[in-house]
Write a protein that binds this ligand. Sequence first.
Ligand SMILES: Cc1cc2nc3c(=O)[nH]c(=O)nc-3n(C[C@H](O)[C@H](O)[C@H](O)COP(=O)(O)OP(=O)(O)OC[C@H]3O[C@@H](n4cnc5c(N)ncnc54)[C@H](O)[C@@H]3O)c2cc1C
Ligand SMILES: NC(=O)c1ccc[n+]([C@@H]2O[C@H](COP(=O)([O-])OP(=O)(O)OC[C@H]3O[C@@H](n4cnc5c(N)ncnc54)[C@H](OP(=O)(O)O)[C@@H]3O)[C@@H](O)[C@H]2O)c1
Length: 495
Amino acid sequence: MAFAITQTCCADASCVSVCPVNCIHPAPGEPDFGSTGMLYIDPQACIDCGACADACPVDAIFPVASLTEQLKPYADINASYYDGKSTSDGDPGPNFHAWGEPVFDRAIPAGFAPLDVAVVGTGPAGMYAVEDLLSHTNSRVTLIDRLPVAGGLVRHGVAPDHTSTRKIGETFARFHHHPRLRLRLGVEVGTDISAAELAARHDAVIYAVGASSPRDLGVPGEDLPGSLAATTVVGWYNGHPDVPADAVDLAAERVVLVGNGNVALDVARILTMDPAELANTRISPDALERLRSSKVREVVVLGRRGPEDAAYTGPELLGLAGRHDVDLVVDEHDDRIGQAIDTAARGDKAALLRGVRREAVDWTAPPPHGQRRIVLRFHSAPRAFTGDTQVRGLRVTGGEDVEIAAGRVIRAVGHRGAPVGDLRFDERTGTIPHTGGRVAPGTYVVGWIKRGPSGGIGANRTCARETVGALLDDAIAGRLPRRRRGGVVRRALRR
Ligand SMILES: Cc1cc2nc3c(=O)[nH]c(=O)nc-3n(C[C@H](O)[C@H](O)[C@H](O)COP(=O)(O)OP(=O)(O)OC[C@H]3O[C@@H](n4cnc5c(N)ncnc54)[C@H](O)[C@@H]3O)c2cc1C
Ligand SMILES: NC(=O)c1ccc[n+]([C@@H]2O[C@H](COP(=O)([O-])OP(=O)(O)OC[C@H]3O[C@@H](n4cnc5c(N)ncnc54)[C@H](OP(=O)(O)O)[C@@H]3O)[C@@H](O)[C@H]2O)c1
């Protein structure tokens, strides 16, 4: 028997660091790390000790023998990652590459004076940086967030039904009470306090401010009533303080989602699932009430490319395909779609759709009655919103132009960072320019504001490691600017 990693894997590699036989890959430092969406246990090398399951912050690891019906495919998904790579069968095969040893230690000179570091942002990137600083150095940390509630997207992004994933918030929150940490909520850097003032009070400042503004689509009609950004819908169901409780109304029978990343799948799932299942989650009570009286019967998820290039990750698609309260359908409007699905190799993204029903959907007909459904439509780029005073539909192209009648269109086409005070900002990428996390000695970035808006929670752990490493290098080399002391900042941070 072996253990297997399943759907909610956050890929932060906590499991890698405790595995005594190094059988979990890709590990930090290996070529695929950060690009596979999840980590995999080699069933041939696993010694079944369970250390990984104990260390997993999101309860994603189980013995293969006890996998539930819905999670059973993960035994094969874990094993197939090692096809042709296994180090334990004597014949390494064509895809073999030597596994690296995970590297997690950090060394600073003994007797080094404590640093005062401000970390701006309480999302995963900020918290991995905090964890690294508090666990491996004697630094004192001031942790700041503009919102009155800590957690960043773990609190206000991760879908409410992903209860295991949201548990990682508890792991992060342990550090809020660390004796060397001061938590300052409701303080916005750039508004309540300037970046210069913050720098003056600390040896170093790490910006972990994320990139949670919606990207624009740039097609006509995008601003019509009935066109919503996914950030609004996500903020609405997660009770984000910036989003009004009545921001989303669900009076339309068909909703179109533009983009087929994991955020689109989250929104499609929440809009179609049985509200009773959401009742015991942290969903906003107002959103739950509206979902109970929702008119939505169909959600159409549009991808501008084919099923082989869908932006969602395999575990999220499998989670949707395994639901019993929602029908999942692929709109087979183009020969390329069936072909890509039928010819995909095991492990390829398109192969995940092999068991999913396919039909050529008639977009002139209303959504069918009966169980709610999610339609995946590929090779369909948005051209224009239709409607004069309210969205009536979306014209899409990709082969022939088609108008999909829909009372709501949700744009889930990714995110963008926003400038912070007068820190340099790259308008093209929506990030703060840096080298290895260093903006300048004393100023650092981590997470989505550093790398751009992609990657799950765990990807921020190695990112934080690099940033904290740059900070410590500067500290040890004596490159940090000298700190000035002043009352203004102390007052702002006391709020
Ligand atoms: C809708 C959604 C769902 C997701 N679900 C999952 C999932 O299920 N699993 C998974 O692995 N990944 C998920 N992700 C990805 C994951 O959330 C990100 O990888 C991660 O949150 C990025 O971390 P961050 O710390 O850079 O940014 P954030 O989490 O956005 O944190 C940034 C923090 O900075 C604060 N802040 C911003 N500006 C200022 C300022 N000027 N002053 C003070 N504070 C400020 C914000 O209030 C926020 O708390 C999801 C992403 C989204 C958008
Ligand atoms: N594990 C989880 O449960 C989870 C949940 C939510 C989010 N996340 C992570 O958070 C990150 C952000 O997710 P996301 O869904 O916001 O972003 P994303 O993965 O980048 O997906 C964005 C989608 O928008 C499409 N798109 C972009 N511009 C477009 C345009 N002009 N016209 C049409 N389509 C357009 C993209 O198509 P192309 O691919 O063709 O560019 C893609 O399908 C991802 O790394 C994601 O995995 C993880």
